[in-house]
Every structure is written in structure tokens, then in C-alpha cells.
Design a protein around this ligand. Structure first.
Ligand SMILES: Cc1cc2nc3c(=O)[nH]c(=O)nc-3n(C[C@H](O)[C@H](O)[C@H](O)COP(=O)(O)OP(=O)(O)OC[C@H]3O[C@@H](n4cnc5c(N)ncnc54)[C@H](O)[C@@H]3O)c2cc1C
Length: 387
């Protein structure tokens, strides 16, 4: 399918498509229906080095940019898979790379690059405070050479398929800081040591079969050297990585969007009702065309965000706008697709209902559309702050 995006990565796409072809629709359908984790697919991506795309070569990664990393994510979704099962490995390491000490980087990054260690999880969201992150209640109190963690998190993904987790917790009470974004810190948690020793997890049964969990901390002790970056600056350290996360997820939505449009177009051309292909009816054709236009526009913004990120320029506006445009476009394409298929859109064997559910997530996570609009209103357009 033609695209207007400035994309010159045919070799990269060909390699990804060859790998993904080994995991046909039946594979993803089986895991989707059983709500099991596609471990073989994630292992294959890891072994081929794709999930270490952004780790610098000096630490054993490929040293590629966000542009290439986003193409990896896009191709996974475009092939019918779901990069949500493994995208954490791609962007969580960025926090370590930017803010970790030399010792931490040497300790973790080569093993993450080789696939020996999985850094798939980041624990920010809490059940009582939700999007109001600076009010989070999980605390980390320094006692000698350890931090003691107490509190609760929710929706923490891929914990059962990860060795490490990045945790955001409050180290100085909210009442004692000048700005609410101060006084939080990030830590690297070794899940093997933590689970059962002060950290418990409870899987959440959910719409998308996504491996995600409630987490309870009851006097979990972690070594003080697991603090990443400066104590009290964790919120800003985490924010730094969110532009990469948003851009990568916009690429996943774009992969979903093209998948839906291709499916819709093919079916609209072949399904004959009233003695003609349904796609001959403009009522069927136009929603598909419209969603293609939206995906194309989102794709341009996604590559603009990637270009700026890779050049070390500020890309907050573009990353947020790409995420919003792409999430909306993939959802529009999903709706057009299920409508084009009529009743068959609801049958598992066509994969549409699964992808429909999966792409709906991106209206809400990792940041909801409302919160992006408020970012645009306040930070780009200069309108009054609403919270
Ligand atoms: C499958 C899944 C996986 C996830 N994985 C992770 C993970 O790995 N790690 C992690 O930390 N989190 C994760 N999350 C959490 C996700 O980031 C949050 O669900 C999301 O940011 C929304 O927060 P919330 O659910 O607390 O909604 P709330 O903050 O309770 O908000 C509810 C609704 O109200 C809207 N709203 C709230 N305040 C405002 C306002 N001021 N103006 C306008 N609208 C507002 C929100 O946009 C939202 O639609 C995951 C969530 C899901 C569903």
C-alpha cells in the first residue's frame, strides 16, 4: 500500500516481514483467544536483536534510532501481531541509558541487549490517584543501605515476562516539596528478588488479553544502589522517556491502521452482495478511504517526531500529536473494518475483533487522548492550566 511518509527503510521492513511471516494469523489468534503470552514470537524478536534496536553498540545493541525502532513496532502490528506484548523492552531501557550510572549501564544494558535480562515493565499508575501522577502514594524510605517500599500500583504490564521493573515512588512527602513534581524517585527492581519478599502481584483479567497486574508493596527492601539518577528527580527522569514511548506506540497504531485498511479494501473488493462488490457502494468505500487519509497524516507526524528525537531536538509536541492522531486513525480504521465485514467482523477467525479490541487500548494508555489534548492546550497553545 502506498504511503506519503519519507520512508527509506525497505531492508529493515523486509527483514521484519520475513520474521513476522513465521508467526501467521493463526498463531496470534490462538494466543489472543486463550489470553496467553506469545512467548515464541517475543523470543524470536529478542534473539534477532530487534528489541535492542535502541541500545548503543558499546553495550551490545544495534545503536539504531527511534525511526528504526518505530518501524519494528509498526511492522509487528502490521503483520497481525501486537507489539504491546514487548514494546516495554524497547523504551524502558532509555531511562537507564539516560539516567543510570556507568555501573548500572554496564550491569544491565549488555544483558538486556543479548536478551538475557528483560526490562519489560514500568510501574507508575496507582489505583487511587490515576492520571494525577504527582499525588502517587507509594513511598520509598531510605534506611541505611536500602530503600523500603510501601504502597500499591495498578495496570503494571508484562511483570510475569520480565526480570526487571522500573518503579516510580515518592521519596519526599508531597507536603515537603516546593513543586508537586519534585520528591519522586525511580528505582530498578529485580523482580526475582522482590516477588514474594514484600512485593505481590495479582493479574488483571482484561479486554485485550494484555498481561497486566495489580502490585502490592509491603516493606519491600531494595538496595540503595538501585536508585536511578538523582533522588527526588524521578518524575522528570520518567518524563524524558515518554516521548519515545508515545512515538513508538503511535507507530503501532499506524501498523494496526494499515492492517485494517488492507483487510477492509480486500474484503470490499471481493464480497459480492446485490450482485456487486460491496466496495462499489460509496457508503462502504468512503469510511475506508477516510481512515486511510487519517493514517497517512498520522504517519507523517510520527516520522517528524522520530526525526526530531533522533536529532536530539525537543519532540514533545510532535510525539504527543503523533500518538493522538495515530490512536484516533487506527480506531477509525478499526470501526470501518468491522463495519465492512458485517457479521463476519465478529467471528474470531478473521482476527478483526481481536485487533479492534487491541487498538482501542491506545485511546486510554499509556496516556489518554484527553490528557494529550490538555498538553496541547496548555503547553503548545498557551491556554490556562486546568489541573
Ligand atoms: C492494558 C493496560 C496496560 C497498562 N500498562 C501500564 C503499565 O505498564 N504501567 C503503568 O504505569 N500504567 C499502565 N497502564 C495505566 C494507564 O497508563 C492508565 O490507565 C492511563 O494513563 C489512564 O489512567 P487511569 O486509568 O488511572 O484513568 P483516570 O486517571 O482515573 O482517568 C479516567 C478518565 O478520566 C479522564 N480524565 C481524568 N482527569 C481528567 C482531566 N483533568 N481532564 C480530562 N479528562 C480527565 C482520563 O482521560 C480517563 O479517560 C495500563 C493501562 C491499561 C488499560
Amino acid at each position: 500500500m502506498k504511503t506519503s511518509a519519507p520512508d527509506t527503510h525497505d531492508d529493515l521492513r523486509d527483514a521484519l516481514r520475513a520474521l513476522c511471516a513465521g508467526f501467521p494469523p493463526e498463531y496470534h489468534r490462538k494466543h489472543g483467544a486463550a489470553e496467553t503470552y506469545p512467548a515464541e514470537f517475543v523470543d524470536a524478536l529478542t534473539e534477532a536483536g530487534w528489541l535492542a534496536a535502541m541500545i548503543p553498540e558499546e553495550f551490545g545493541g544495534s545503536g539504531l534510532g527511534l525511526t528504526e525502532a518505530s518501524i519494528v513496532m509498526e511492522e509487528i502490528n502490521r503483520s497481525g501481531g501486537n507489539a504491546g506484548h514487548c514494546h516495554g523492552q524497547m523504551y524502558n531501557m532509555g531511562t537507564l541509558l539516560r539516567h543510570g550510572s556507568d555501573v548500572q549501564k554496564q550491569q544491565y544494558l549488555p544483558s538486556i541487549a543479548s536478551g538475557k535480562l528483560r526490562l519489560q515493565s514500568m510501574a507508575v499508575t496507582e489505583p487511587t490517584t490515576g492520571t494525577d501522577t504527582t499525588k502517587l502514594k507509594t513511598t520509598a524510605v531510605k534506611k541505611g543501605d536500602r530503600y523500603v517500599i510501601n504502597g500499591q500500583k495498578v495496570w503494571i504490564s508484562r511483570l510475569q515476562h520480565s526480570d526487571l521493573m522500573i518503579l516510580l515512588a515518592r521519596t519526599t512527602p508531597l507536603s515537603e516539596v516546593k513543586r508537586k513534581s519534585q520528591g519522586m524517585s525511580i528505582f530498578i527492581v529485580d523482580l526475582k528478588d522482590a516477588i514474594g519478599n514484600g512485593m505481590e502481584i495479582q493479574p488483571i483479567d482484561n479486554l485485550v488479553g494484555h498481561e497486566t497486574n495489580e502490585v502490592f508493596f509491603d516493606n519491600l527492601e531494595i538496595p540503595a544502589e538501585n536508585l536511578i539518577g538523582e533522588e527526588g528527580h524521578g518524575f522528570h527522569h520518567i518524563l524524558d522517556g515518554l516521548n519515545a514511548e508515545r512515538t513508538l506506540i503511535s507507530a503501532e497504531c499506524i501498523g494496526d491502521g494499515y492492517w485494517f485498511v488492507e483487510k477492509s479494501r480486500d474484503y470490499a473488493c471481493e464480497r459480492v452482495v446485490f450482485d456487486r462488490p460491496i466496495g462499489q457502494n460509496q457508503g462502504v468505500q468512503f469510511p475506508i478511504s477516510k481512515s486511510y487519509v487519517a493514517i497517512e497524516a498520522a504517519n507523517l507526524m510520527r516520522f517528524e517526531a522520530c526525526k526530531r528525537f533522533d536529532a536530539g531536538q525537543d519532540c514533545g509536541a510532535q510525539a504527543n500529536m503523533a500518538k493522538l492522531l495515530a490512536a484516533d486513525a487506527s480506531w477509525e480504521a478499526a470501526n470501518a473494518c468491522i463495519q465492512t465485514y458485517g457479521g463476519f467482523g465478529f467471528a474470531r477467525e478473521y482476527d478483526i475483533e481481536r485487533k479492534f479490541r487491541e487498538t482501542r487500548l491506545y485511546q486510554v494508555a499509556p496516556i489518554s487522548t484527553n490528557l494529550i489534548l490538555s498538553y496541547v492546550g496548555e503547553h503548545i497553545l498557551g491556554m490556562p492550566r486546568s489541573f
